[in-house]
Design a protein around this ligand. Sequence first.
Ligand code: 7PJ
Length: 304
Amino acid sequence: MSNTFKKISSANGAILQCGRFKLKLARPLIMGILNVTPDSFSDGGCFVNYNTAYARAHQMIDEGADIIDIGGESTRPGAPLVTLDKELERVLFLIEKLLNAGVPISIDTYKPQVMRAALNVGVDFINDIRGLRQPGALDAVRDTFCGLCVVHMQGAPSTMQHKPQYHDISANVRDFLNERICSLEQAGIASNRLCVDPGFGFGKTAQHNFTLLRELPRAIPTGVPTLVGLSRKSMIGAATGRRVPKQRIAGSLAGMLAAIDRGAAIVRVHDVAPTVDALKVWQAINGRPWYHAQSMHVMSNNKL
Ligand code: 7PJ
């Protein structure tokens, strides 16, 4: 068991400030992925329709998701860019409707305008694959209480998989994430709002991804919870030979448990029910209880 997990487990009361909620990190938390895009790599087109997306969110919550992460633009390598209006149209209405679902609602975006609009309707968490590096991103989130995820990505989605190179990937990722944490804290953002993500698949070959996963404790800064997204990704396809993303569930679970063992606190997944089962067994092996999603947060009384 890595030291990092001990440091951030709620044995010493770690809490992630997340908009209307304070999330307890007493067990690994599950972020369910809700892509409202026509072109995401593994579930593109499935949940574009509002009713389907709403039902899918509730299904994931019933299965045990602790957070729902809504994405309106595919970040699949080579995916076409989406206009601002289109992205807003896809996500804002859904966020509003899901705000009474009882769990924090997250938006997967790097666009400051989308962040502002989502925060205006009450989103709890901003998951930014560009690590809040777009001009205006820090200003958009500074005077709020939303949780934030800073992701490592080399390059930009359209070109990031074109021969990515690293001298020492874990050191590179850690230095990047440390720099972002410092910049955010200097901008006045409290560290209890932050989590970091090594960004599996973002400007990395399968070999890079597996090195990063193996060396995760060296790749992540201490003192901030780590979120990981491995679900159905091509690295799982590379190891299993499964070309169809929906057939990568078992492989994703193996990767997820390895990440938890190495200090990850939150997992971003498509397949909530199997993830809950795997994590329940993991907790039992380690002599730790399983807490129901509803007991993993308390409402926070923040007023802006
Ligand atoms: C990630 C993400 C990830 C975080 C995507 C996909 C591609 N956000 N958004 N971490 N991946 N924080 O769903 O596979 O790994 S989009």
